[in-house]
Design a protein around this ligand. Structure first.
Ligand code: MEV
Length: 309
């Protein structure tokens, strides 16, 4: 049996901007998806057992997307036999945590191990990207890269088609966060397409937002290097402002952000696609983390408590 893992992720800076080749800062969550692959009797294809702690109707909603991902990865890695795929792990596959990328990464690694392909990290990442592309249009690759490499990264898509920029960042010590799941799933493909339309209709206005973001991510890298939480919080808030300007926030996300801030979160922003998915709350210290988590739980939201860095 071949095994693999893929990390869930959150994006501190840069969702959507990374689609245009700008730098983004994703961070793997302490939660992951595992995959076991076993060659079995039968014709080419797969049997799937999904033991992940699945929230609400995710499994049914995403069934077709997962079938596309699995088939694309099996084709890419030239798997000609029948395999049994078992997903498990502690990552709750909600929208916004890179669950499909984590699954694609873990599957690629597990296939490599089961069939002795000896894939490098880079090749596993390429394979996970093939899976991601089948499921959600033309993603930047930030999700699968975070899923494969783990840790804090600076990521930039190479728009010319060459190697993407992937650099590790280390921070002094982990920071507590709370992820609040809005309960609403948004389709990345659609939201990314809407941003493109907006950019095409208002190139100057949106171009100016991109310029502002470029400075912001530079400052973000510095704040992380200096472990300046106050600055980091300020920049995350500013990133949220820019995300509003490109119209990927929503009333629901804004109300969750207010709830988190009122409970004491030092910063709160949407993370991932937006228009649904999750809100990332920066809550340094276990006490603050618990406080924000209880407020969100009381309001009826599903939450994930973890650390970044
Ligand atoms: C989704 O996690 C991040 C987006 O920027 C899409 C992408 O980069 O592929 C919205």
């Amino acid at each position: 049996m071949g095994e693999g893992t893929g990390f869930g992720k959150t994006i501190l800076f840069g969702e959507h901007f990374v689609v245009y080749g700008l730098e983004g800062i994703p961070c793997a969550l302490g939660k992951k998806t595992t995959c076991a692959v076993e060659k079995i009797e039968g014709e080419k294809g797969y049997d799937l057992v999904d033991n992940r702690p699945i929230a609400d109707d995710y499994k049914e909603k995403k069934a077709e997307e997962y079938d596309n991902i699995i088939t694309a990865i099996m084709d890419h890695l030239k798997v000609e036999s029948r395999i049994k795929i078992t997903f498990a792990g502690d990552l709750v596959p909600a929208s916004g945590v890179g669950a499909s990328a984590a699954a694609a990464a873990s599957l690629s690694q597990a296939i490599s191990n089961e069939f002795n392909l000896g894939l490098t990290k880079e090749q596993i990442n390429d394979s996970a990207y093939v899976g991601e592309t089948s499921g959600s249009g033309t993603p930047s690759g930030i999700d699968n890269t975070a899923a494969v490499y783990g840790g804090f990264l600076v990521f930039a898509k190479n728009l010319e088609g060459g190697k993407n920029k992937i650099e590790n960042i280390t921070i002094q010590k982990p920071i507590e966060i709370v992820l609040i799941n809005s309960g609403k799933a948004a389709l990345t493909k659609e939201v990314v397409a809407d941003v493109r339309k907006l950019y095409e209709t208002k190139p100057e206005e949106i171009g100016a937002v991109f310029e502002e973001y470029k400075q912001l991510v530079e400052d973000g890298k510095q704040a992380l290097a200096e472990y300046n939480i106050e600055k980091l919080a300020e920049l995350m808030e500013k990133n949220q402002e820019l995300l509003r300007k490109i119209d990927v926030s929503s009333d629901l996300l804004e109300s969750i952000i207010i709830l988190a801030k009122e409970a004491g979160s030092v910063a709160a922003k949407l993370t991932g696609t937006g228009r649904g998915g999750s809100v990332l709350c920066l809550t340094p210290g276990k006490e603050l983390q618990e406080k924000v988590a209880s407020a969100a739980k009381e309001a009826g939201y599903e939450i994930t408590l973890t650390t970044i860095g």
